[in-house]
Design a protein around this ligand. Structure first.
Ligand code: ATR
Length: 282
């Protein structure tokens, strides 16, 4: 590492906890690959220190940073502006130091849809899509899906009122309906794509499944945002039942690749980013 590292070559992620974040590995490998004298660090920032941390990064003049749990919503008040998608989602995961100030973006949903598109191609617009969950991840995913022209998105959640509230929040995007879980389950065979945005099935509770695998539509794509484990029990069972499956590594790499591009203006080698992450997880 050069001792001539300038502040504008510094990047990072603020979150709590961030010890297990794969972002430093993925971005630092890419900086090295691109021959850039830049560095990315994971900063563990407690909620009560968020404002100081953001002001500190601004004062130092870094080029940008990522924001992760639990700061994605709170960070917005310390920024100078929000991109349209981040405003709609109501959360920021990427901050860029731009000419007109510190601007917040949300690259999670777009990163996810980029990975989904590799499976669906053109059929995304007309696909019948079921999204399970109504938290921040669901918001990002649905917003990006509809932004890409998806016309039929059904939203279901354990707590139905939250699904209704999310439908309301995204009302400016057409084609979203909220359905109670029991009713959505009866329609399982009609969905072309089923996306789990909840933590159901995540390590250490790997036995749990977010959706039944009976009655899947032939050719259905079952997609889990989880990547720990790489193949959740639900994805394993869905695959056995004939579904095409997609895990959450593509979303993680995708969100990072878009952030990298926004900060540096350079298209990263996403295949390499994916390989680095898989090597670590595998
Ligand atoms: P994130 O930002 O990752 O989406 P979140 O905002 O806390 O996290 O949302 C978590 C989502 O997972 C919610 O939709 C939650 O359902 P509730 O709204 O009913 O809480 C869902 N979820 C979490 N644990 C669940 C479980 N055991 N069964 C079903 N849904 C669950």
């Amino acid at each position: 590492m050069s001792c001539l590292l300038h502040a504008e070559s510094l990047y990072g992620v603020i979150g709590h906890p961030v010890g297990h974040s794969l972002s430093p590995l993925m971005h630092n490998d890419q900086f090295q690959h691109q021959g850039m004298p830049s560095f990315y660090h994971a900063f563990d920032v407690l909620p009560q220190h968020l404002e100081e941390a953001v002001q500190g990064l601004k004062a130092l003049g870094v080029s940008g940073f990522n924001v992760t749990v639990p700061h994605k919503i709170e960070v917005m008040q310390y920024l100078d502006g929000l991109d349209e998608e981040a405003r709609l989602i109501g959360a920021v995961n990427t901050v860029v130091n731009e000419e007109n100030g510190w601007i917040g973006y949300n690259t999670d949903g777009e990163g996810y849809v980029q990975s989904l598109l590799t499976k669906t191609g053109d059929m995304l617009r007309d696909a019948d899509i079921l999204v399970i969950g109504a938290g921040g991840a669901a918001r990002a995913v649905i917003s990006a899906l509809t932004g890409h022209g998806a016309k039929r998105v059904t939203l279901t959640n354990r707590t139905f009122s939250k699904a209704e509230a999310l439908q309301e929040r995204l009302a400016e995007r057409a084609g979203i309906r909220a359905l109670p879980t029991e009713e959505a389950e009866k329609e399982t065979s009609s969905f072309d794509i089923i996306i789990n945005t909840t933590s159901v099935g995540m390590s250490p509770h790997t036995e749990n499944m977010p959706w039944p695998v009976e009655n899947l539509k032939p050719g259905c794509i079952c997609s889990d945002l989880i990547y720990n484990p790489l193949k959740t029990k639900w994805l394993q069972e869905a695959q056995k039942a004939g579904a095409d499956i997609l895990n959450g590594t593509g979303m993680f790499v995708g969100q990072g690749a878009i952030a990298f591009q926004k900060w540096t203006g350079i298209h990263p080698d996403t295949e390499r980013m994916h390989d680095v992450v898989m090597k670590q997880l595998g």
